[in-house]
Design a protein around this ligand. Structure first.
Ligand code: OOG
Ligand code: MG
Length: 257
């Protein structure tokens, strides 16, 4: 069996070089999978990237059903993953990217491990419509729970729209994911654990348990409200969230059709 550092290096290289890698032969414990994730992030930090927040995964039934996984996971977000709203991504920098509609929070105060939804909300500086570009480094986008955790929970890039008043009630907002102006996924923020604030509460717990408590300025992606959609070169992608507005990006590269 390879040691955890070797697995981390392999996954980090796969992400860096946009080359798919085989599913792990090792059957890791969940703890070891998170150790691999932390070690692969350490390699990014060594290259100058900085942690800007965390993303939650499998916080909706739609996402769990699409990927055949039924446990909540989390991953780290770095400054290099942030794509400007209205900006573009280079298709060639990804293995087989997909996109999903999300809600993002930014914190104005740190969050302890144990916090109530009201306590978490008091630390929120803003809430925004967001898009996550996920890109599993595994062949065919197939993975076990521990595989995906080791792979930084498929974190790849994210786009955050304009920050709205943290007091905005985001418990049940309509969300539409459009590709080239055509609605592809329609859902509600309520799909995210019944209320996305619960995802923030969970993020506070998981990050603190890992010794990296959430701090002021951190961005938390609450998780996909619907299944993810495949991406292709030349596309324009937009999420519109009722009362919050929109976030969008385009994909560089020539269209296949
Ligand atoms: C894993 C990441 C899940 C979400 O929002 O549920 C996730 C994946 O589906 O590849 O980001
Ligand atoms: Mg996501």
């Amino acid at each position: 069996m390879r040691d955890l550092m070797e697995i981390a290096a392999c996954l980090d290289n796969a992400a860096k070089d946009a080359q798919a890698t085989a599913q792990l032969e090792e059957s890791l414990t969940l703890e070891d999978a998170y150790r691999v994730q932390a070690a692969s992030l350490a390699r990014r930090y060594e290259r100058g990237e900085t942690r800007v927040g965390v993303k939650m995964g499998f916080t909706s039934r739609a996402k769990m059903a699409q990927m055949g996984v039924d446990e909540m996971i989390w991953g780290r977000l770095t400054n290099k993953m942030l794509v400007e709203d209205g900006g573009s991504i280079d298709f060639a920098a990804y293995v087989h990217p997909r996109v999903e509609p999300e809600i993002a929070y930014v914190l104005k105060a740190p969050l302890p491990e144990k916090v109530t939804p009201a306590g978490a909300l008091a630390a929120v500086g803003g809430v925004a419509p967001a898009l996550e570009i996920i890109d599993s480094r595994y062949k065919d986008f197939k993975f076990s729970l521990t595989d995906v955790v080791a792979d930084n929970s498929s974190s790849s890039a994210f786009v955050v729209g304009p920050w709205a008043d943290p007091e905005t009630d985001v418990s049940n907002l309509g969300m539409v994911l459009e590709i080239d102006g055509e609605p592809r996924q329609i859902g509600s923020s309520a799909a995210i654990l019944g209320n996305p604030i619960r995802s923030l509460v969970a993020a506070a717990r998981l990050a603190a348990e890992a010794g990296e408590p959430l701090k002021a300025g951190d961005v938390v992606m609450a998780g996909g409200a619907t299944a993810a959609e495949h991406l292709a070169p030349g596309q324009h992608v937009r999420v519109t969230v009722q009362h919050l507005g929109k976030a969008e990006f385009t994909i560089d590269g020539a269209r296949a059709d």
